[in-house]
Write a protein that binds this ligand. Sequence first.
Ligand code: EPZ
Length: 418
Amino acid sequence: MDKIVIYGGKKLKGEVIVSGSKNSALPILFATLLTDDPATIKNIPSLADIETTVAFLNFIGKKTVKEGNTVKAYSSDKYKHIAPYDLVRKMRASVLIMGPLLARLKKVNVSLPGGCAIGARPVDMHLDAFKKLGAEIAVEGGYVKTFAGNGLKGAQISFRFPSVGATENILLAAVLAKGKTTITNASCEPEIEDLAEVLNKMGAKVTGAGTKKIAIDGVDKLHGFTHEIIPDRIEAATYVIAAAITKGEIIIKKVIPQHLKSVNDNLKKCGLYIKETKDTIFVKWIKSLKPQNVKTEVYPGFPTDVQAQWMALMCLLNGKSCVEENVFENRFLHVAELQRFGADIAIDGKTANIKGVKKFSGAPVMVSDLRAGAALVLAGLAANGKTTVSRIYHLDRGYDMLEKKFKKLGADIRRIRN
Ligand code: EPZ
């Protein structure tokens, strides 16, 4: 398995271009199943999860090819209605196959996704909502078997928690249901708005995306589309923090600053110089930063996907701070690895209490999940000496050319292929 080796202590300086959003591209790729017309999706990042999804769509019967950063999906004669464990276990977002296939085939059998490093991550809200839309659900042999013989019918759906995936799955199903569907306590993430924009380009009638209340008037048929994926706000936030943790200065390009406002607002409170324009963020470390407490929340609050990266930075600031994780029940797996650099962190339930230390010493560390991996790379970039990061396949799922982009910013970083 590949590793990343870093000799830390270099101040990063230069420009970085943000890739397309993984978490926007995935539901939009699944949306191509809602039509037999061709679709062209641009600004697709080159990531393992994208390759997994393209392979999955081809397995299901939707001919899909990726050429550079563009994916073209073509018509298909016949779709399979089964999503096997060996595909679903690789990527939890595979559950997004349910909405479109229930809408088109009126049936779909999906292997339960299983947990992952950051928690059990059940799909109960997805299934309860499909039932409300008229589907029958049976869980047997590790598969969720769903059937809607009379087709899906619009319904009023309210989520106990604004789940991103459940909101996306219901959008993907309700656009072809008979009648009107409303979703209350919907996820407000930018990726939801991007998906809704695509669905409306296809001829759907979705209103309210980006707010907690979304309405969908079902239509009979959807047509093809061309779309450019929004920039990846989590990747962008990772580079903002990289400038802070290495005391450097970076211009981040092709970004929507509003999408990471909560992160940048908190970093400004720490004393980091940040200047935003319409599509760039200029970050410059000008003085020692003060630690800042954060609590992760759904958008527009502080994103859980930046929690680990933030924690790495807080560990190197003079003073105490705490990070509260409110979205996932087990998203502190990076703490033990940060402690190997010399971090002083004590976990108390859903809160990590951090005491800043003067420096990190490079160490061999292991990635447990995608964003934890980003935190370990950031720690290695700031540490004195050599850091070896293993299990970087997690990183390859969500960061496009990570080590190349950091190398271009002046980091001493390279991938060792094993
Ligand atoms: C999406 O995951 C993202 N993944 C995650 O990004 C992100 O961390 C998460 O949203 C929160 O923002 C993609 O978009 C592909 P949720 P998702 O449903 O949809 C619980 C990354 O690093 N829940 O909003 O799976 C769940 O267990 C990844 O790019 C239920 O209990 O997240 C979690 O505690 C990591 N029942 C909370 O809700 C359900 O039916 C939020 O999950 C669904 C979710």
